[in-house]
Design a binder for this molecule. Sequence first.
Ligand SMILES: Nc1ncnc2c1ncn2[C@@H]1O[C@H](COP(=O)(O)OP(=O)(O)OP(=O)(O)O)[C@@H](O)[C@H]1O
Ligand SMILES: [Mg+2]
Length: 449
Amino acid sequence: MSATILIIEDDALMRKSLASFCKKNAFAALLAENGRDGMSLFNQHSVDVVLLDMRLPDATGTELLAQIHKLDAEVAVIMMTAFPDLKSAVETIKNGAFDYVTKPFEVAELLQTIEKALQIRSLKSEVLRLKRTLPRQDFPNILGASAAIEQVRAMISKVGMAADTPVLIMGESGTGKELAANAIHSASERNNKPMVAINCSALPDHLLESELFGYEKGAFTGAAQRKLGLFELANDGTLFLDEISEMQLNMQPKLLRVLEGHPFKRLGGTKDIQVNVRIVAASNKRMDEMAKTGHFRHDLYYRLSTFVIELPPLRHRADDIQLFAEHFVAKSAKHMRKAVASISADALKVLQQYHWPGNVRELRNIIERAVILCDESVLTSEHLPGQLLPASRPPAASAADTDWSLADMEKRHILWVLEQVGGNKSAATRRLGIARSTFDEKLKKYGAS
Ligand SMILES: Nc1ncnc2c1ncn2[C@@H]1O[C@H](COP(=O)(O)OP(=O)(O)OP(=O)(O)O)[C@@H](O)[C@H]1O
Ligand SMILES: [Mg+2]
């Protein structure tokens, strides 16, 4: 495909000779004798290079250069200048012109400059094309070589590029949902804008609303001054709604409206506020089931789940346990300045046979504790807590491990750990490596609180 060159030059003779130069070199030429015609041709055609005279009857080259780059920042503009204009031509280079040629110019010199510009343009578009097809990053902080986690990384990199699509991350506690949310933000074009996070379970309903939407001075008792909401703070960036499943039903339509592109008002405010925010939500509950049973609004679930990433539980990627264990040993040893350098085969076997209800977080905590206990260079099964050892395992659940409902096995395990620590809930939480709120919730669910 031949390149298209837009020539903006008021001197008729010069235009003519440039047109024949283009013809000779198999370039398509568009001719304009002033800035206004030049801009209109630029708007109507796909132009590769602009040859722009410094002095035109209706505009200066510098002004036109700025207008052109506003429309297409990548197009190469070559300034044509008479000798006395040289200084301003140099100035335009600083403003983004590709190069300049002085009149009268050598045809060979002009050709060379144009070819260089075309070459750079095609390299730039090649880079762009590659950027789009290749995964943008390989997320070095998301560890794991199992196929399941490879797929998670691929999904993150793909959705990172779809900069507006909401993402729902689902997975059990400790599987890396927050890590994934951060990776999505950094893989997206929004990565130079803020990422703001809020845990929807941590706040009562009315506080969540004022956190998200902000309020005006005097909106309610105690609203001493205007406060911007997280939607405004995250504008052009990402808003991470953690534990979205805990958002109250009456709050959900308000979120949906913003997700659908509607403006909102600060509490007590009258002004419509429009934001551009990508929502990444996370849940350790199966949101599809919640939507089915009416525990979460179906329309909001539908919108949030445009793109779902499911993080696999650790027990389903036993292949990764060694890699995680070694990583956490090295990290903890470095942090604590200890000489622990490796992990024995028997300890590894214990780790691989355990079912990890608290997933990667639990593994990290257990290794950290083991490194503290270990005074040798090799960490062995002696340094692992009793609950991991097969002999002191809770009785095996009769029902199969049903991943998500987890019910039977998880219940037995949690109650068993609680019993082991003499009913001390804080100790049990630490041992399980899960959040206290998660623990309390599970106890409640199993009727044991
Ligand atoms: N693939 C992974 N690679 C490295 N570290 C991981 C990975 N997955 C999880 N982790 C680590 O495990 C810990 C828990 O991860 P994170 O907080 O993202 O889990 P979560 O799914 O948000 O858990 P919760 O539901 O309890 O909030 C963090 O320290 C995190 O860095
Ligand atoms: Mg989390």
